[in-house]
Ligand binder design. Structure first.
Ligand SMILES: [Fe+2]
Length: 298
């Protein structure tokens, strides 16, 4: 049997390889605390058909083993690597994903204009101009009486000059904080510094700030002193043998030729990358954040 190396863990090929290579980072529990976890899964950017295949194959087991109660996924590349269609959105909801977030590719597939306004389980960055269709956050029920707010924001470093995500989040907090038990932000951004600055600024006021967009999972999952769970980037759910989900040769050609090349989603083995947030059932505060990175061969 071949062996492949993924991150710091040796893995077996050709079955499912890669285990939860992240470290479970837990806050110290107060003595006498009741261990009754609520687990939320946030899945990194789903890329095209391979991403959906990874979800179909790997999500049921992750859901079962981690006792997941609520699932969020970034879907801005879910339809052919660019944007989202109604059919693909339905496919993701049928996989028991509760909420879909987007990013700078939200408008890439024009079909989204037909349904983004009315689909409340789909959110796009809240700092787009106010007249953009759709919603920047949603509050969802999980379990019997727990309310989870999911907010989508975009960074501005090396991306479009949208409204300031810090100021928009401050305004949203006024609306959200009394309504929701848990607040999770998908901060869709390029620069690590901007992601860290945002998370530290809101430490203690948001339960999780989870980065998306770069498609490469970072090894910095942690809980900040104020209690906010953080990772710079969740990574990607899509083709493993690729450059950010796209065909390697095409990306290399584009970079080397410095001319436009129409990129296509890569083929081959697929991966899922995500984090699990372990929330305290009584306080709704985050107890732990665990990285997940698994690869499935053909
Ligand atoms: Fe993006």
């Amino acid at each position: 049997m071949n062996r492949a190396r993924l991150s710091s863990v040796y893995i077996l090929w050709p079955t499912v390889f890669g285990e939860n290579n992240g470290i479970i980072i837990k806050k110290n529990k107060k003595s006498g605390g009741i261990e009754s976890p609520v687990n939320i899964l946030f899945i990194g950017d789903v890329v095209g058909k391979p991403g959906r295949k990874a979800l179909r194959s790997l999500l049921p087991d992750i859901k079962r083993t981690h006792k997941i109660e609520f699932i969020i996924a970034n879907a801005e590349n879910a339809a052919g690597g660019r944007g989202l269609t109604h059919e693909v959105m339905d496919e993701l909801f049928n996989l028991e994903i509760d909420v879909l977030t987007m990013g700078n590719h939200v408008w890439d597939n024009k079909e989204i204009y037909n349904f983004i306004e009315n689909e409340k389980r789909l959110i796009r960055p809240a700092n787009y101009p106010p007249d953009c269709p759709g919603q920047g956050y949603g509050i969802y029920r999980a379990g019997i009486d727990r309310k989870i707010a999911v907010v989508n924001l975009m960074g501005r470093v090396f991306l479009q000059p949208l409204d300031c995500p810090f100021r928009v989040m401050e305004e949203l907090l006024q609306e959200i904080k009394e309504q929701a038990d848990i607040i999770i932000v998908d901060f869709h951004a390029e620069a690590t510094s901007e992601k860290l600055a945002f998370a530290h600024y809101f430490d203690g006021r948001l339960d999780a700030v989870l980065g998306t967009h770069t498609h490469v999972q970072t090894a910095d999952a942690r809980i900040f002193p104020g209690g906010t769970a953080y990772i710079t980037d969740l990574g990607m759910t899509g083709p493993y043998d690729s450059i950010l989900g796209m065909d390697k040769a095409m990306v290399i050609q584009k970079i080397m030729s410095q001319r436009p090349v129409r990129l296509e989603v890569a083929k081959g083995p697929v991966q899922i990358e995500a984090v699990v947030l372990n929330m305290d059932e009584n306080t709704n505060k985050v107890n732990g954040i665990e990285r997940i990175s698994q690869v499935l061969s053909q």
